[in-house]
Ligand binder design. Structure first.
Ligand code: MN
Length: 498
């Protein structure tokens, strides 16, 4: 059980990537992976990361993470190429010509997502999460983006503190909750712990200190308990895949401490014991054996197999009075449930090798999600999400990358008023994706909009009312025309009233 962050490989190479794939997919044809590496290597030639290392190290580490998650070569190739269109002369069309439509589609998706930036504006959080998933369209894009972000977090020390904070906060507020919703427990945990350090440095140091103090003692103790249980399982004839300790993730421990008077003595699952068996009936048999060995705490038996958590998580949990009266939490699940708990939706992709046709890849992410677990509540939630996004709303960007949420067919004028009333009032023109467009042109999700402001302008044009879509813009325009009539009257009749 390794406690804290697992760092990226110290000296990543193409052969490490190939070995990582081969270990999980001995049959995979790696020709295209090698070509993609060469392609990315040449494209990024001469570029360095802020840390001073050659740029190629970053996409390579991203691809290795994807390989560790058992993603197929298409996803790994897209991981290698993910920064090529954004940072080099090479275009998406070039990627498509060399690596096909599917890879190009994934790379384009990752590039598009890269535009989204979260700047800590509270009211945008939920929109941003929704948009992140909606814009990705293909869940594999989200998975690549997670792997990309993970490596960026590992190299965050080389950036300016303000940027570190922004990226870490964005990870904590946007990426980690999405990973959680997708059932990707391992990814969520890594993203959170890596960001924790930068967003709450004092709290991080405090939590880590608490754990380090207790960790060594606990480790020896847990190993002893593992031994006792393994012996008993063997004697009973239950085949187990592994019995091991797992240390609670720092950020989730911190959140739990906040709920328990910051008293670590009240946390029973600082170190939990995980038992992985072959099938569900062995899960229940193992629970019985644990309860025969040690007395369970009342009210602490949780059957998440019969009643999975909303994100699909399945396991049996119990806490018992172990040797020397210490309380230990056990988590019991079968192999497939374990993969689902660690990789969530990615586990589904990883092991579904029978479906590799292009059309099956087009399956909507909502249906993919439904396949991971049977949690109906989650399915409903996501269907609402989909309807909400695709039927009514679009998400567009300011030139700085802030997200503005607008109704379908909204125009640059709606955008201008959504950003600020003053900008709406002085709006004189607009650029959409660097092209000048008329003020009544309908916007699309993902557009970057810049409003050209005329400071000498006193107010909005009355005829904008004919095409604006938001109530906010409408009422601003009406209000202004009303006010200007009054102003005009005042000017025309200066001695009226007082
Ligand atoms: Mn990247």
């Amino acid at each position: 059980m390794n406690p804290f962050e697992a760092p990226p490989p110290e000296n990543p190479t193409l052969s490490l990537l190939l070995d990582t794939i081969r270990a999980r997919r001995p049959q995979a044809d790696l020709t295209m992976v090698k070509l993609a590496y060469e392609f990315a290597h040449d494209a990024h030639e001469g570029q360095v990361r802020k840390s001073g290392v050659p740029y190629i190290i970053h996409p390579l580490c991203t691809a290795i993470t994807l390989a560790e998650m058992n993603m197929d070569p298409t996803v790994i190739i897209a991981g290698l190429l993910h920064d090529v269109p954004e940072d080099t002369e090479i275009t998406i069309e070039d990627v498509e010509k060399n690596f096909g439509k599917d890879v190009a589609h994934l790379v384009a998706g990752v590039t598009k997502l890269g535009k989204i930036k979260y700047r800590g504006i509270e009211r945008y959080i939920e929109n941003l999460r929704k948009m992140f998933v909606a814009m990705a369209e293909d869940i594999r894009v989200v998975i690549i983006k997670f792997a990309d972000r993970l490596h960026n977090l590992h190299t965050l020390d080389h950036l300016a503190p303000k940027k570190q904070y922004r990226i870490a906060l964005e990870t904590l507020e946007i990426y980690a909750p999405i990973a959680n919703r997708l059932g990707m427990g391992d990814m969520k945990g890594q993203l959170e712990d890596m960001s924790f350090k930068y967003v709450f440095p004092k709290e991080y140091a405090w939590t880590r200190g608490l754990v380090e103090e207790r960790y060594e003692k606990k480790e020896a103790y847990i190993n002893e308990i593992c031994g006792v249980l393994e012996k008993e399982l063997t004697a009973t004839g239950i085949k187990f895949r592994s019995v091991h300790g797992r240390l609670k993730r720092l950020y989730s421990l911190y959140l739990k401490l906040l709920k328990h008077d910051k008293n670590i003595e009240k946390i029973n699952d600082l170190v939990a014991l995980r038992v992985i068996v072959d099938d569900i009936s062995d899960c229940y048999a193992t629970l019985g054996i644990i309860h025969k060995l040690w007395r369970p705490l009342p009210g602490r038996i949780k059957d998440y197999i019969a009643q999975p958590k909303p994100n699909g998580y399945q396991s049996l949990h119990t806490s018992v009075f172990c040797e020397q009266g210490q309380i230990v939490e056990f988590q019991i699940r079968d192999h497939q449930q374990h993969l689902n708990a660690e990789y969530g939706i990615a586990a589904h992709w990883a092991y579904d090798e029978t479906d590799s046709s292009d059309s099956s890849r087009q399956i909507k992410w909502v249906r993919e999600l439904a396949a991971v677990g049977d949690a109906m509540s989650r399915l409903k939630d996501l269907e609402n999400l989909k309807i909400d996004i695709f039927q009514n709303r679009i998400f567009v960007f300011t030139p700085k990358g802030d997200v503005i949420d607008l109704p379908e067919n909204a125009t640059p004028v709606d955008f201008a008023f959504a950003v600020h009333t003053q900008i709406g009032n002085q709006c004189a023109g607009s650029r959409v994706n660097d092209r000048i467009v008329s003020l009544d042109q309908p916007l699309k999700s993902g557009d970057v909009i810049e409003i050209i402001v005329d400071k000498s302008k006193k107010g909005p044009s009355a005829d904008w009312i004919k095409f604006v879509k938001t109530n906010h813009a409408k009422s601003c325009i009406k209000q202004f025309s009303k006010r200007s009539i009054t102003d005009w009257l005042k000017m025309a009749l200066p001695n009226r009233g007082n």
